[in-house]
Design a protein around this ligand. Structure first.
Ligand code: NAD
Length: 360
């Protein structure tokens, strides 16, 4: 039995998650997959009810689930609250409590949307990249940190980049495992020509590869070169592995190859749990209008089925249903172009579900 905690959150989070939940219900009813879902408040909606963005009870429920499906949090209503009780801090707390050390962000260019990219069609056609970013270590968490007042009246800003071998090993293993399910190549990104912490990164990734994963091709790139090659030869990448800060930047660059925010799923995986969520936020500008693109959420659900439940076949069926709907010319407003059929969030969901039903 797959136990899934559903946290729709705020704004369009609730709209896109509704579509994903319908898909999970379909899988349970018609494909015999044993799924148990439970809904809870999270983010702004939790602040309104409980005064905090995430309650201890919800954290416990998340820990006792096999996976969490999240919508998005935030909105103008909660913008001026103190940092600790803002909706977004609930997200950070959940990630911390589940120790989700690996962030997975696929960047896939769909044939039907190839013209939405800012790069030429010949460059981005068939791009299918998975960025694996270390999420709980590196310079974003390293100490000492802060802004010091110096005796001479100047100030000094300090951050510290450190990684332990165990932190590098576990995320490297994750990247190799994922590459094994894909096109069997890992590009590890570092700055080992300048930073000692990155010498350890490169040595550790190489050792993990030698010990267990020599069937996977391993390439090392300095981060500056990786940023260039990503827009020069994006098709040559399969899995890109990076530390927290470099991964933050590279995953956004990879996403930009594909076009719309409404198409980008993500997963944050750790030993205590996994969170699947669209990359986009709660989009207050379009919330409540039934015009959001639910595909990022549905693709996050497909990732959950693949990475948390090893249901690779069903995951692929969902991805193919989305491709078919796009090939037939249906578009939500964010990816709409002249000559196509504009549909809303719910209708896009129905179209995907109808394609999925055809595979029965
Ligand atoms: P956003 O991602 O919510 O929206 C950016 C733009 O993209 C908006 O114009 C929006 O209409 C559009 N957009 C986003 N998702 C879309 C979709 N599925 N379909 C169609 N259009 C879509 O980012 P923002 O406006 O900077 O932030 C709004 C709120 O969301 C803020 O409170 C922010 O803190 C929060 N946020 C939350 C998360 C999260 O929950 N993981 C991530 C980013 C931002």
């Amino acid at each position: 039995m797959a136990k899934i905690l559903v946290l729709p959150g705020d704004g369009i989070g609730t709209e896109v998650t509704e579509v994903s939940v319908k898909i999970l219900e379909l899988l349970a009813e018609e494909k015999g997959i044993e799924i148990e879902t439970e809904n809870a408040l999270f983010g702004g909606s939790s602040i309104d009810e409980h005064g905090v963005p995430v309650t201890k009870d919800v954290i416990e429920k998340a820990k006792n689930s096999d996976a969490v499906l999240l919508g998005a949090v935030g909105g103008t209503k909660w913008e001026n609250l103190k940092h600790e009780i803002k909706p977004e801090s609930g997200l950070l707390e959940l990630r911390k409590q589940l120790d989700t050390y690996a962030n997975l962000r696929p960047a896939v260019v769909y044939p039907a949307l190839v013209d939405a990219s800012t790069l030429k069609k010949e460059i981005v056609e068939n791009v299918d990249i998975m960025v694996v970013r270390e999420l709980t270590g590196g310079i974003y968490f390293g100490t000492p940190r802060g802004i010091d007042n110096l005796d001479d009246g100047e100030q000094k800003g300090v951050n510290t980049l450190h990684y332990k071998t165990s932190e590098i090993e576990r995320v490297a293993k994750m990247a190799f495992e994922i590459a094994g399910k894909r096109n069997k190549k890992v590009t590890s990104i570092d700055k080992s020509n300048v930073l000692e912490s990155m010498v350890l990164w490169r040595d550790t990734v190489t050792r993990v590869w030698k010990e267990n994963y020599q069937d996977i091709e391993l390439e090392h790139l300095y981060v500056d070169n990786a940023a260039m090659q990503l827009i020069r030869r994006p098709r040559s990448f399969d899995v890109m592995l990076a530390g927290n800060m470099f991964g933050d930047i590279i995953s956004d660059e990879a996403a930009q190859l594909t076009g719309s925010l409404g198409m980008l799923p993500s997963a944050s995986i750790g030993d205590k749990g996994a969170i699947y969520e669209p990359v986009h936020g709660s989009a207050p500008d379009i919330a409540g209008k039934d015009i959001a693109n639910p595909i990022a959420s549905v693709l996050s659900t497909a990732m959950m089925l693949k990475y948390s439940f090893n249901l690779d076949g069903i995951s692929l069926e969902i991805e193919n249903s989305i491709k078919t709907v796009l090939d037939k010319g249906f578009r939500t407003a964010d990816i709409y172009e002249e000559g196509k059929t504009k549909v809303g969030c719910r209708e896009m969901g129905e179209l995907i579900i109808n394609e999925l039903k055809k595979n029965n």
